[in-house]
Design a protein around this ligand. Structure first.
Ligand SMILES: NC(=O)c1ccc[n+]([C@@H]2O[C@H](COP(=O)([O-])OP(=O)(O)OC[C@H]3O[C@@H](n4cnc5c(N)ncnc54)[C@H](OP(=O)(O)O)[C@@H]3O)[C@@H](O)[C@H]2O)c1
Length: 285
């Protein structure tokens, strides 16, 4: 991947960090994002050391804050005149209902809206690359969601559940993948979604309640390593075999079917419109 620039959100930990190391080893310039300066500097050293590459840097962003996303997008645009691969990898699992500073439910606000806004704001730089690729980390967890009530994003009428909301955010990652793929096809950009597997990371140990944390920790020995979990993202970012393939859901580096409701183009378009409303900006194509 010599000469290619790869932007990875949430590259300071877990699957994102393993992806960054692997793609840096392949010769790509890596720009990862982190919401925490200390974690970012530690990860920077680790990624450089493990990949034996100096071509690694970071940009700070809190994806739950639209103000922070807008600032980071400006930094990324200045730093990377062309972005060959964008991996929207960052994600959170939160047990209790929280609203972000923009008044949006936190998991939807971070996992979907944060990436929706970031991707659209840096899209011109992605278009500047030839045959660019966008990869969105979704999850098999999307399968518990059969539809989305766009009039009740903050669970004011329906009861909140940590898993329910996480699943909804991962369902939105697939709808976003499909709608964006349709919109940027004419620019030669491909967009795909990934389920990385059950991966031994700390995602459900940060903002989860005690029993979710316990369940996660107990299940960890059965999970795959971060290197294995990163394999599908790496495949989609670097393999010549996937060139031109767009709008799909991938598991173990193979195309699979996401659930039926996540394939609905009207729902995808409606989510796009709602997302534009929530970020206060429409994106022209
Ligand atoms: N692990 C699994 O089994 C699994 C399964 C299916 C899908 N996934 C998906 O894979 C992706 C990576 O997850 P992971 O398992 O590698 O988790 P992880 O180790 O917790 O890494 C998640 C990354 O996202 C960052 N992040 C979280 N909230 C953020 C925010 N508000 N702003 C900016 N960055 C934020 C984290 O930053 P901090 O380090 O500061 O928290 C971290 O860098 C996620 O999208 C997740 O939904 C994971």
């Amino acid at each position: 991947m010599e000469g290619k620039t790869v932007v990875i959100t949430g590259g300071n930990a877990g699957i994102g960090k393993a992806t960054a190391i692997a793609l840096a080893k392949k010769g790509a310039e890596i720009v990862f994002t982190s919401r925490n300066e200390k974690k970012a500097t530690e990860a920077l050293l680790e990624i450089k050391k493990a990949s034996k590459s100096e071509n690694v840097s970071y940009v700070l962003v809190d994806l739950s804050s639209q103000k922070s996303v807008r600032k980071a997008a400006e930094e990324l645009k200045a730093k990377c005149p062309k972005i060959d691969v964008l991996i929207n990898n960052a994600g959170c699992y939160i047990s209790d209902l929280q609203l972000n500073e923009d008044g949006i439910e936190m998991q939807f606000g971070t996992n979907h809206i944060g990436h929706f806004l970031l991707t659209n704001l840096i899209l011109d730089n992605i278009k500047a690359a030839k045959k660019a690729r966008i990869i969105n980390l979704s999850s098999i967890a999307h399968k518990s969601t059969r539809g989305i009530n766009l009039d009740d994003i903050n669970y004011e009428r329906e009861e909140y559940g940590g898993w329910k909301s996480y699943s909804r955010s991962k369902f939105c990652n697939i709808l976003f993948t499909k709608e964006l793929a349709r919109r940027v096809e004419k620019d030669g950009i491909t967009v795909n979604a990934v389920h990385p597997g059950g991966v031994r990371t700390e995602i459900a140990e940060k903002d989860a309640n005690w029993y979710t944390k316990l369940g996660w920790i107990i299940s960890k020995p059965l999970m795959i390593t971060v290197e294995k979990g990163a394999a599908t993202s790496i495949h989609l970012a670097s393999s010549a075999k996937v060139e031109g393939i767009t709008g799909h859901y991938w598991v173990r580096s193979k195309q699979e079917w996401s659930n039926k409701p996540s394939q609905d183009s009207q729902t995808a378009e409606a989510l796009w419109k709602k997302s534009e409303e929530l970020v206060g900006e429409a994106f022209a194509f």
